[in-house]
Design a protein around this ligand. Structure first.
Ligand code: NAD
Length: 304
């Protein structure tokens, strides 16, 4: 039986640490760390993500606001809003919820946020600093993965780590963070010829593809640590028989369930550590976004 890496518990520990530091900042500086989120349009998933970020801010004592903009706004409208927030003394973190409607130039928008307030860590300056191993704001999910590993006592230095997925938001930054911790890293993607060859000897396997059941039991090393980043909604029709049984109540009440990219029931007995989906990487993303906001606030207030 593997040790389950509990993302809910670890994220809650991190939020408690942030809350304590925030109380101290408010006591000494008289100002709360502040996060502003720009939400464009009516995408239901984006609305849920933004509302969860807002709730996270409330939990740790941050000031927060959501700036809602209509679906048909122009790039210039969004840039003007970012310009205001860049100059606002009470805004320490700025985040533009993705995806944006097609007419908006995403890169222009992300590059308009000053790097000091770029709490998603997507600005090329922050990405470049990550490559150069300089202090910066790091994309939250990738930073959360490293926290899960470290806080579970998993050794990174000298380990063989395989990252499946090479996105800008997860795979690439996570690879750099692993390298910075002295892991030997292999990156795989959709064009990788023999995925199993790269996963089966990995001490640490991180999977962020959005492909359910991609990682099977013959693709993992015995005793290894497996971090499953994927989030896939599976309906009854697409579920394996064992999943139908395991998540029976989800299928009965919601008609679907959430799984990762790893065939959890088959892989779990073989490995040493594994993250569940849900309850693994997911909760870490918001905790690390809050940590980035705290860091940005401390820098902008001259505390660090
Ligand atoms: P993406 O969708 O931008 O890219 C997918 C990556 O997987 C690419 O690198 C692609 O080459 C690779 N890939 C696809 N099929 C593959 C295959 N068969 N074999 C090997 N590689 C393959 O990636 P993303 O935005 O990083 O998202 C990946 C998954 O992680 C999604 O399910 C997403 O919902 C989830 N996610 C979760 C969180 C979280 O907070 N838990 C955060 C971000 C993303």
């Amino acid at each position: 039986m593997a040790i389950l890496i509990d993302g809910n518990k670890i994220s809650s520990d991190i939020k408690n640490e942030i809350k304590q530091e925030t109380e101290e900042i408010v006591r000494t500086k008289g100002i709360k760390p502040g996060l502003s989120v720009i939400l464009v349009g009516e995408n239901p998933a984006s609305k849920v993500y933004v509302s969860n970020k807002q709730k996270g801010c409330d939990e740790v004592g941050f000031a927060s606001e959501t700036i809602k903009m209509p679906e048909n706004v122009t790039t210039e409208d969004v840039l003007a809003q970012i310009d205001k927030l860049n100059k606002d003394k009470n805004t320490h973190g700025i985040l533009v919820q993705l995806p944006l409607p097609q007419q908006i130039d995403k890169n222009k928008v992300l590059e308009a946020i000053i790097p000091e307030k770029d709490v998603d860590g997507f600005h090329p300056v922050n990405m470049g600093k990550l490559v150069a191993q300089q202090d910066c704001l790091v994309p939250a999910t990738a930073a959360g993965i490293i926290q899960l590993l470290k806080r579970s006592g998993i050794n990174l230095k000298g380990s063989n780590a395989t990252m499946v997925g090479h996105s800008e938001i997860v795979g690439k930054p996570c690879t750099l963070l692993l390298l910075n911790e002295w892991a030997t890293v292999t990156i795989c993607h959709i064009e990788t010829r023999d995925l199993k060859m790269h996963t089966k000897d990995a001490d640490i396997l991180i999977v962020a593809t959005g492909v359910p059941y991609l990682i099977k039991e013959d693709m993992v090393k015995e005793g290894s640590a497996v971090i499953d980043v994927g989030i896939n909604r599976i309906t009854k029709e697409k579920a394996n028989p064992d999943l139908l049984e395991w998540r029976k109540s989800d299928f009965e009440t919601k008609g679907a369930t959430l799984i990762g990219d790893v065939d959890f029931l088959k892989v779990e007995p073989k490995v040493g550590y594994i993250t569940p989906v849900p309850g693994g990487v997911g909760p870490m993303t918001i905790a690390m976004l809050l940590l980035n906001t705290l860091k940005a606030a401390k820098k902008l207030m001259g505390i660090i």
